[in-house]
Design a protein around this ligand. Structure first.
Ligand code: PGA
Length: 246
């Protein structure tokens, strides 16, 4: 499974060009083989849906609010559901750091997505200092337990994104990522009441050049791609690498 996180990028003209290139480079067979999703800004969701109407591509959001009514600026899960949004990214490190999302807030967002039957992609990851201090597993366990403890879930994807690898060109060793993903699966199984086994995807400076080394690892079930997803041909190359290896 390959997901694009467009962050604060995109315009009507750019999305028209991008989807034209994307449809030219993909075909039904590839899109039936690999689950592909795109998370543009809220205001571009419907444009993507219209332009990719005939392609098997999921469209998601980059965040969700946990409340209703008097919360100016926010978008609720029921609004997303109204637009048939398939998934929603929560806990991205930029949202945690720039907009102060705590694990407690992320838990509320997670709950509202589950009750609206929108698939959460829960992002977790350690900072560079935590990585250097060998705190990675402790940080991830805390992020997972505080959101998932006691949950009974059927679909949720975990995205492991080391904060220091996002947009920096730096990536951890793929073997290490594989071991961390295996650990994440164990933790999610013990945190959830139904021993849910999640798909765990990797995010952070993944591109068409390094994708295959990640996808060759047993416990890496795909990727959440930022920068490299903004070029349709690069993004399709990553999807093709995934389809080759998995
Ligand atoms: P990047 O971003 O691929 O540009 O490092 C990944 C992400 O933020 O999800």
């Amino acid at each position: 499974m390959i997901f694009a996180n467009w962050k604060e990028n995109g315009s009507i003209a750019m999305i028209e060009d991008w989807t034209y290139d994307f449809l030219k480079a993909t075909d039904d067979e590839l899109l039936n083989n690999v689950d592909v999703g795109i998370a543009p800004s809220y205001i571009h969701i419907q444009l993507f849906k219209d332009l990719l109407e005939k392609a098997k591509v999921m469209i998601g959001s980059q965040d969700v609010d946990y409340g209703i009514n008097a919360r100016t600026s926010k978008v609720s899960a029921s609004m997303l559901k109204d637009f048939n949004v398939n998934f929603s990214i929560i806990g991205h490190s930029e949202v945690r750091n720039l907009f102060n999302d705590s694990n407690e807030i992320i838990r509320k967002k997670f709950k509202t997505l589950i009750s609206n039957k929108i698939q959460p992609i829960l992002c977790i990851g350690e900072s560079e200092n935590e990585f250097n201090a060998k705190q990675t597993l402790k940080v991830l366990e805390n992020q997972l337990y505080s959101v998932l403890e006691g949950a009974n879930i059927e679909n949720c994807i975990i995205a492991y994104e080391p904060v220091w690898a996002i947009g920096t060109g730096k990536t951890p060793e793929v073997n290490l990522v594989n071991d961390i993903h295996e650990h994440i699966k164990d933790v999610v199984q013990s945190a959830t009441t139904n021993n849910f086994l999640p798909n765990v995807i990797y995010g952070g400076s993944l591109n068409e050049g390094n994708a295959s080394s990640f996808f060759g690892q047993t416990h890496i079930d795909g990727s959440l791609v930022g920068g490299a997803s903004l070029n349709a041909n690069s993004f399709v190359k990553i999807i093709k690498e995934y389809s080759k290896v998995k």
